[in-house]
Design a protein around this ligand. Structure first.
Ligand code: PHB
Length: 470
């Protein structure tokens, strides 16, 4: 992967209005710093968070404890990491924007037809922000993530928006060797709602020639996209009662949560595809917050550029995607599962892992094994005959659980399925240990609890992006 020059999230300098909620501003700052962390994986040491935000370490600890209480951040020793449930915030924004949900499948088709990467971007401030990415893996591939931003003048979609062009070409503006062609997609009112880009490499297409090569397919795709937007109903759906954020973490964090931060964050998840704009009254109703509380949160969000309003209708801006989206969206099932496997291994004191089918074998994609004198030794990547393992039997035979004596003499394994959003089994979760050390029923129950946690994280993450299962 090449180093890609993304735009850092803007740091806000103007004086906040008197009614802005300071703890909410600090919490959002922490989430943004984790999103922008150098590692790209949404993890920073608490000490580094204190340094970069300029906040006292005790303040950072309390903010992170609150975010952990909401399930948005995971605390692991000295580090804080973004956690999958935070994707509910990005999902609210992506859903309310409508573009990824309505046009994403058409962008996927275009990528298949052209066998090139395709992305959808929306304007965000002076630049653009990606809301959908279909990557074609190549030896040389640039890979922006959903939520990443580029400057307006520095990429093809940016030129489309800035100069109101019917077609713009990026001839290695972003990166040497990278070429892209972008065209606008218009909503029913004629406004440009997003730009669709076809992205390639100079080894495949010169910039001038790329436009000619993809133009026909691109124009046809844009027509389908515009019809899809016109056919999308903008009627508000019924809302099933208040949908505030629930506390997701059972961990005892020892610090009292900051109520104003937790409450303020619920405002973002009041929006969705059926409610892309909301009035203050509707937000108060949807979140269960007092009007005055919701109003102050909105003032805070508007000041920071996360929300705009026209008359009485408030709307999220794509900047909401700076709250965790890019690092959380570029992940895999084994990475999502890792903390859950560690907790399960600790709970059972045994080796636990994930596997996927691989011909008549199963391939281990993740494994956590406790240290002990005699321990099960199945490495990530190892392939075992499916019939000798519980995971293999489950993946081949279906069902809600499977057991096997194996994969070696003296071992026993129990497995349960992990399902994707559509209910398909995508992986098997197993415990494998020396025979006679555990109880199948107790193991099955523990595996099911963990499979449910892994699936919940997978489902929230994969709502608008695809998550590889290995
Ligand atoms: C992309 O990665 O999707 C991309 C990059 C540069 C552009 C357009 C799209 O100019």
């Amino acid at each position: 992967m090449l180093e890609v020059p993304t735009v850092p999230s803007p740091s806000v300098t103007p004086q906040p209005p008197a009614e802005a909620v300071a703890p909410l501003m600090r919490g959002l700052d922490v989430l943004r710093r984790l999103t922008d962390a150098e590692s790209g994986d949404g993890t920073l040491a608490l000490a580094d968070l204190a340094r970069t935000t300029g906040l006292a370490r005790s303040t950072v600890d309390r903010i992170c404890a609150t975010l952990a209480h909401l399930g948005f951040v995971r605390l692991d020793g000295r580090d804080a990491s973004l956690a999958p449930p935070l994707m509910t915030v990005a999902n609210a924004c992506l859903d309310a924007l409508r573009v990824p949900g309505v046009l994403g499948p058409l962008a996927d088709e275009l990528a298949d037809e052209l066998d090139e990467s395709v992305s959808l971007a929306v304007p965000d401030g002076d630049g653009i922000r990606f809301v959908h990415q279909v990557l074609r893996r190549r030896a040389l591939s640039i890979s922006f993530r959903v939520g990443d931003a580029l400057p307006g003048g520095g990429c093809a979609p940016g030129l489309v928006f800035r100069d109101d062009l019917p077609l713009a070409v990026d001839d290695q503006l972003v990166e040497r060797g990278l070429v892209a062609v972008a065209v606008p997609v218009r909503g029913p009112s004629g406004d440009v709602v997003c730009a669709v880009s076809v992205v390639s490499h100079t080894s495949r297409h010169a910039a001038g020639e790329l436009a000619g090569a993809v133009r026909g397919a691109l124009e046809k795709s844009v027509r389908s996209m515009e019809s899809a937007l016109a056919a999308t109903s903008y009627a508000s759906g019924l809302r099933p009662g208040p949908r505030g954020l629930s506390s997701k973490s059972g961990a005892d964090i020892g610090l009292a949560p900051i109520v104003s931060l937790a409450r303020g964050l619920t405002v973002l998840t009041a929006f969705d595809g059926a409610h892309p704009t909301l009035t203050l009254t509707e937000i108060a109703e949807a979140t269960g917050l007092a009007r005055a509380t919701a109003r102050r949160a909105l003032i805070t969000y508007e000041h920071l550029g996360y929300v705009t309003h026209e008359d009485r209708a408030f709307r999220l801006t794509p900047r909401v995607l700076t709250l965790g989206c890019a690092p959380l969206s570029r992940t895999t099932l084994p990475r999502i599962a890792a903390p859950h496997l560690a907790a399960l291994s600790k709970r059972l004191g045994e080796s636990v892992g994930l596997s996927v089918p691989d011909g008549d074998r199963v391939r281990c994609t993740a494994r956590v094994t406790p240290r002990r004198v005699m321990s099960v030794d199945i490495g990530v990547g190892s392939r075992l005959p499916a019939k000798d393992t519980a995971a293999g039997r489950l993946l081949q035979g279906g069902g809600e659980s499977a057991v096997a004596d194996g994969p070696e003499a003296g071992l026993r394994s129990v497995a349960v399925p992990v399902r994707d959003r559509a209910g398909r089994v995508v992986s098997a979760l197993d415990v494998t240990a020396h025979q006679g050390r555990g109880d199948d029923d107790a193991w099955t129950e523990a595996l099911r609890d963990t499979a449910a946690l892994i699936a919940a994280d997978l489902h929230v993450t994969s709502r608008f992006v695809s998550v590889p299962v290995h």
